[in-house]
Design a protein around this ligand. Structure first.
Ligand code: DQA
Length: 168
């Protein structure tokens, strides 16, 4: 990652269907933190991570939709990488997985709840196979840990393997 040009690296923090309900939805499973709480936490995590990165400029774009079409459009934009919580689409949407691969977007899959230890239908993820990493069960901390994993991956990754229009 070069710091000379001071380019702004854009990272998408994408939340899919029903994640707008975070904070009031099944608090025994998803906790009481909202998407706004998650934003604060993730911004803090970025500040801590970026401290050692010699002036690297990273812009986070927080995004949530309940429309799969809108989600597909957003992940197609020119991001250097994404933290993706696709909600229930994780378990149903080959389209989202295909799109992430199709636009060569490096991503970390995250979940607030511990999907592997819930109903059996949640064990299947269309996103995990091609993800840099999967983080689940840490509440909104999953997003922060996911961002760190993504940034560490992007910093290490040799330039020639990156997506043609990536911002790094
Ligand atoms: C979720 C887990 C999914 O199984 C579920 O459908 C969601 C939220 C999570 O963050 O724990 O909507 O992605």
């Amino acid at each position: 990652m070069t710091h000379r040009t001071q380019k702004i690296v854009k990272i998408l923090i994408a939340s899919g269907v029903n994640l707008d309900l975070l904070g009031c939805r099944q608090p025994d499973i998803y906790g009481v933190d909202t998407l706004s709480d998650m934003e604060i936490l993730v911004k803090d995590a970025l500040r801590a991570w970026a401290r050692d990165q010699n002036g690297l400029k990273i812009k986070l774009i927080f995004f949530q939709t309940n429309s799969e079409d809108v989600f597909l459009r957003e992940i197609s934009k020119d991001y250097a990488g994404a933290v993706v919580n696709a909600g229930a689409w994780t378990h149903t949407s080959l389209a989202i997985s295909d799109r992430l691969l199709g636009v060569s977007l490096p991503y970390v899959e995250v979940h607030v709840s511990d999907v592997k230890n819930r109903e059996s239908f949640r064990k299947k993820s269309y996103l995990s196979e091609h993800a840099i990493a999967s983080v689940s069960g840490l509440g909104i901390q999953s997003y922060a840990r996911g961002l760190e994993a993504l940034l560490n991956h992007l910093v290490k990754k040799p330039k020639k393997n990156r997506r043609k229009n990536a911002a790094l």
